[in-house]
Design a protein around this ligand. Structure first.
Ligand code: NAP
Length: 539
């Protein structure tokens, strides 16, 4: 499939020839062959207005038609086959098997949302029948369901070029809800974004969906932030979905909040993913834990939003052995290619900051020197050494910077002197996508319950005797959490809750049957729907 280098706006290839930019292969530092042209402000306007113009037509398609469209998107992305995998690898340095796995997840996400749309109960229909005979006042007939918000702007992250990008979870769930989507492409995987966007555009055409249901805007070169800002502040856009850095997410959320008509932005941002290892687990499972943490920290060069970035233990011979083993494994791991020179530069900078804090020592990897010039970052591949840093509870408590995400193949072990310190640390960690506890059930139960209670207040997903990397696409999944993991802790970017973000509840009072959606008709025997096992059922 050919990549044109131009944006795709409401089914057509754009033609605005802005100054070109190219992708960079982070494994070699060489530029790709395709010239991409960032969308201009006129193209942003065109895409957003087309989305608004076609919103009603798109949202009013029967659910089965929208489900068919989502399934065609899934099939279209799957059919991109090895060419897509090769494109992703050349733009991100991610290994082919990892990319193929992410592609399958992306395809399954579309199928998952198609299933929810077909089944129908995601609209949370509630029928509250009226009672004209009630005294002293008659009770009105009230019926409620979720309705789509309108056009959604999607911003994907560099580390998930498929699952959190042009055709990722935000796009799939917004389309499922009946919201047209305008994607602001990520400049570090423009070719990947365009291939996926073309597959979705083709699926829309084959399903006779209105053209404005989906647009993809290239961004890169020098105009990148302008495009993102123009999209999120466009009056036609009614919500934003963001996956990426804390700085980017909060900047877009502020822009959206400062509009004359503020709109919600659902920003999934950085996360330190703390891991607490209790004494019995360190004693009896230490070697296994070290191996699994090493695999998790170095998975995709640590560029996972769920990478375990903080590891807490209580000082003991077993804890020392665990950390030493983890250090050995990290030290034996070769330098890893990172997503882009910018991401590598950020990693080196961040590790250098952590390394320089009093009380922190490098146990494996570093020391890292900050690159001296931008040119130095751009020549050669974007490689970085896996790194284990170690500190104690006092330093962790004193320096807030040690609690923040370090995006890349590194982790910080914090050695506490007592269970009291470990418990206090659990209360100090920032909001996170995940919280993990390793415990020997025969020894650590009481301690595990105490840590669990504290950590649960700070994490979207709690993991027991496992690693946080690997996010299942399933109804019960929560991929979210308190700030700074997200700016909207009451929802999730993955699973059935993801759909709800793009909707608002509407109540219909004394509306005649011919004005109501089928979900609210009296054919629904008892009229009350309730969540059961991750989906809604009649009760
Ligand atoms: P990023 O630099 O924040 O970029 C994400 C997108 O937002 C890009 O399209 C970027 O455009 C745009 N953007 C960033 N700042 C902006 C601003 N001030 N104004 C307008 N647009 C802006 O993120 P990334 O480096 O690609 O991704 C890595 C980060 O994502 C890591 O921190 C990782 O933990 C996080 N992440 C989180 C999750 C999750 O679910 N919580 C999942 C994956 C990744 P330009 O590049 O054109 O500026």
């Amino acid at each position: 499939m050919d990549v044109t280098g131009f944006s795709i706006i409401a089914g057509s290839i754009a033609t605005d020839r802005t100054s070109p930019f190219r992708s960079i292969d982070p494994a070699t530092g060489r530029n790709g062959t395709v010239e991409f042209h960032a969308a201009g402000l006129a193209e942003v306007d065109l895409a957003c207005r087309a989305a608004a113009d076609d919103f009603d037509a798109f949202a009013s398609h029967p659910p089965q038609r929208r489900a068919d469209f989502l399934e065609r998107c899934a099939a279209g992305i799957a059919q991109l086959g090895d060419a897509l995998v090769a494109m992703v690898s050349s733009e991100t340095g991610l290994a082919a098997p990892r990319v193929a796995g992410e592609r399958d997840r992306t395809v399954n996400q579309f199928r998952f949302f198609a299933g929810l749309v077909r089944e129908g109960s995601w609209v949370e229909a509630v029928i509250d029948r009226g009672d004209p005979a009630r005294t002293p006042l008659p009770k009105p007939d009230l019926r409620r369901m979720l309705r789509p918000l309108g056009p959604v702007a999607v911003f994907g992250a560099s580390n998930f070029p498929l699952a959190y990008s042009a055709g990722g979870g935000d796009t799939a769930s917004a389309l499922a809800a009946g919201c047209p989507v305008v994607v602001k492409g990520h400049p570090s995987h423009s070719g990947t974004g365009e291939m996926v966007a073309a597959a979705i555009t083709r699926a829309a055409r084959e399903s006779s969906m209105p053209a404005g249901a989906f647009s993809y805007l290239h961004a890169g070169g020098t105009r990148e932030l302008d495009i993102g800002r123009a999209v999120i502040t466009h009056p036609s856009i009614k919500a934003g979905g963001f996956t990426g850095s804390l700085g980017g997410g909060m900047a877009l959320a502020r822009l959206a909040a400062d509009r004359p008509d503020p709109i919600p932005v659902f920003a999934e941002m950085g996360s330190a993913n703390p891991v607490f290892i209790l004494p019995g687990a360190a004693e009896n499972m230490g070697s296994d834990i070290a191996q699994r943490l090493h695999a998790s920290v170095t998975n995709s060069a640590g560029q996972m939003c769920t990478c375990p970035g903080l590891i807490f233990v209580i000082r003991s011979a077993a804890a020392d052995a665990l950390i030493n083993r983890l250090g050995e494994l990290m030290g034996q791991t070769e330098s890893m290619v990172m997503l882009s020179p910018r991401i590598r530069g950020g990693f080196i900078d961040r590790v250098a900051t952590v390394e320089s804090m009093p009380g922190v020592r490098v146990a494996a990897g570093g020391p890292h020197e900050r690159p001296k010039t931008i040119g130095e970052q751009l020549t050669g591949g974007s490689y970085a050494r896996p790194t284990l840093l170690v500190t104690d509870f006092a330093a962790f408590k004193a320096h807030h910077t040690l609690r923040e995400e370090c995006f890349g193949p590194s982790t910080l072990a914090i050695v506490c002197d007592s269970f009291e310190q470990l418990a206090e640390a659990a209360g100090l960690v920032d909001g996170s996508l995940t919280g993990t506890i390793w415990a020997d059930p025969n020894i650590d139960q009481d301690a595990a319950v105490k840590i669990h209670r504290s950590l649960e207040q700070r994490a979207g997903r709690m993991i027991f005797n496992g690693v946080p990397t690997g996010v299942e696409v399933a109804p019960a999944m929560v991929h979210g959490g308190p700030y700074p993991a997200t700016n909207q802790p009451h929802t999730s970017a993955v699973g059935s809750l993801a759909l709800r973000r793009w909707c608002r509840p509407v109540c219909y009072q004394n509306c005649p049957p011919w004005m109501l959606a089928p979900e609210l008709s009296d054919a629904n025997p008892r009229g009350i729907w309730r969540w059961v096992d991750g989906s809604l059922g009649r009760s």
